[in-house]
Design a protein around this ligand. Structure first.
Ligand SMILES: NC(=O)c1ccc[n+]([C@@H]2O[C@H](COP(=O)([O-])OP(=O)(O)OC[C@H]3O[C@@H](n4cnc5c(N)ncnc54)[C@H](O)[C@@H]3O)[C@@H](O)[C@H]2O)c1
Length: 441
């Protein structure tokens, strides 16, 4: 981290609602080699690589291992780590081999969602701390077993919902909890993105050179190779992901839970979803969805229309917190307040919206710094594995309400079953393809 940035962070340090945005472990003096944090990355192409770079911005972080089942990705990332950071990590195609390296303290998991569970559990068993990307896993029971593993092996696990460390959201939460919003009655969320349609359809083809496709599929069912289900595009197929509902749902629904400090799984979910457009695009997940979560004393709604690049308030995604005294609208860059009392309007012009800070601090930098700080302190990170599990269940149940054909699901968290229908219970735990076995903790 540069000195300028460090100073900037110190000056703007905030600690709100128990969330420590600024870490303290590596600022003021050079880090002794014995205090270095050594990391290994599994899944090097997109977000995994991004998160590794955020780690390597920090003094005293070294990359000892890179693992990917696509040699083309692996070699490219190795060249970049060497060039940009003057480091020479070992290269792996099998993550289990990398986990044997006793010098690695922490593992970053940037693989598709269907791999998160096994890799997190194995990493915890190997005594590593873990930064695992969101959604925590691709099914409910995988989330459950990951929580058990993290707690049993006493590991620091940060889930990659970086908004939990973001300044915009932390400030908005402070405002909501101060009472200035009045009673929070409703949180309306939307996420419309072009990419949510998947890629234009293509026929199956030969597996590209350098790719171990069987290992990429891992515990998921065996099938032939199709580029529209592979790198990046996998998120639109149930075997590997949950579409916009889980991809963005876990980030944004989490803000609705945080606003009232909800720490429990959903109880009831009602949803409608379908594929209504973009027929020439390759996907199973729904392009159009509306979901309602009735909470104890408020309502959360979720909307998405994939293929659109706009939405309410001219924002392609956002969260609207509706209170008696004011409504807040937020995205990752800004939050605005619309007071019911129009005399409180700051802007005397056409708009009653009071724009709050445009935030320059990067959520991911802060989230990674919080992880590194917790590796040292052994404190709970900003997004615990329980936070990750709970919101993943909200998002998955939106999809399951539609996939089961029921429209409404009632969940008993103690028994870990849906009580109003057996049709959705079939989706709780995946059947792993041999030789992979569902972990037992
Ligand atoms: N927090 C965020 O804002 C954010 C943003 C984007 C993606 N993500 C999450 O990051 C994860 C990765 O998404 P992406 O878009 O980078 O996917 P991607 O397809 O671009 O990259 C995944 C990489 O994992 C590799 N891989 C697959 N199976 C592997 C295995 N068994 N061992 C080693 N490597 C393996 C692939 O070859 C590929 O290089 C997902 O869980 C996604 O939801 C989070």
């Amino acid at each position: 981290m540069s000195n300028n940035r460090r100073e900037f962070l110190k000056k703007t340090a905030v600690s709100v609602a128990g969330i420590h945005i600024i870490p303290s472990w590596s600022w003021s003096k050079p880090v002794a080699p014995s205090d270095w944090i050594n990391v290994g990355l599994i899944g090097c192409r997109g977000q995994g690589w991004n998160i590794l770079r955020h780690h390597l911005k920090n003094d005293g972080v070294r990359c000892l291992g890179l693992c990917d089942v696509d040699k083309n990705v692996l070699n490219e990332r190795y060249a970049q780590v060497q060039k940009e950071h003057n480091q020479k990590p070992k290269l792996y195609s099998d993550f289990r081999k990398m986990l044997e390296d006793k010098d690695i303290d922490a593992i970053i998991i940037g693989t598709p969602d269907h791999w998160h569970c096994l890799q997190t559990v194995y990493a915890c068993q190997a005594g590593k701390d873990v930064y695992v990307e969101k959604p925590l896993a691709n099914t409910i029971e995988e989330c459950n077993v990951m929580v058990k593993a993290a707690r049993r092996y006493n590991r620091v696990v940060q889930v990659g919902q970086q908004q939990r460390s973001g300044v915009v959201w932390t400030e908005a939460m402070k405002f909501i909890k101060s009472g200035d919003l009045g009673t929070l009655r409703k949180v309306n969320i939307w996420a419309n993105f072009n990419y949510g349609t998947g890629a234009p359809k293509q026929p199956d083809e030969a597996v590209p050179n350098g790719v171990d496709f069987d290992f990429w599929l891992g515990p998921a069912p065996l099938r032939s190779f199709n580029p529209t289900r592979f790198h990046g595009n996998w998120r639109h197929f149930w075997d590997y992901g949950g579409g916009l509902m889980t991809d963005w749902g876990v980030h944004l629904i989490d803000m609705a839970l945080w606003a009232k400090d909800v720490t429990h799984a959903p109880t009831t979910v009602m949803a409608y979803g379908d594929n209504l457009s973009f027929e020439d695009y390759s996907r199973e997940t729904y392009d159009t969805m509306s979901v309602i979560y009735p909470m104890d004393d408020y309502i959360i709604t979720w909307q998405h229309a994939a293929g659109l690049q706009n939405g309410p308030y001219d924002m392609l995604y956002g969260v609207e917190f509706v209170g008696d005294k004011a409504t807040i609208v937020a995205d990752r860059a800004k939050w605005t307040i619309n007071y019911e009392d129009k005399n409180k309007s700051i802007d005397e012009g056409a708009s009653q919206m009071e724009p709050k800070k445009k935030i320059e601090l990067n959520d991911m930098d802060l989230h990674v710094e919080n992880f590194l700080s917790c590796i040292k302190s052994r404190e709970e990170p900003n997004c615990t594995i329980e936070n990750g599990r709970n919101v993943a269940l909200y998002a998955h149940m939106g999809n399951l309400a539609v996939r089961s054909g029921e429209g409404k699901l009632v969940w008993d968290n103690g028994q870990n079953i849906f009580t109003n229908t057996d049709k959705a219970n079939a989706f709780i735990k995946p059947e792993y393809r041999k030789p992979w076995q569902f972990p037992v903790i």
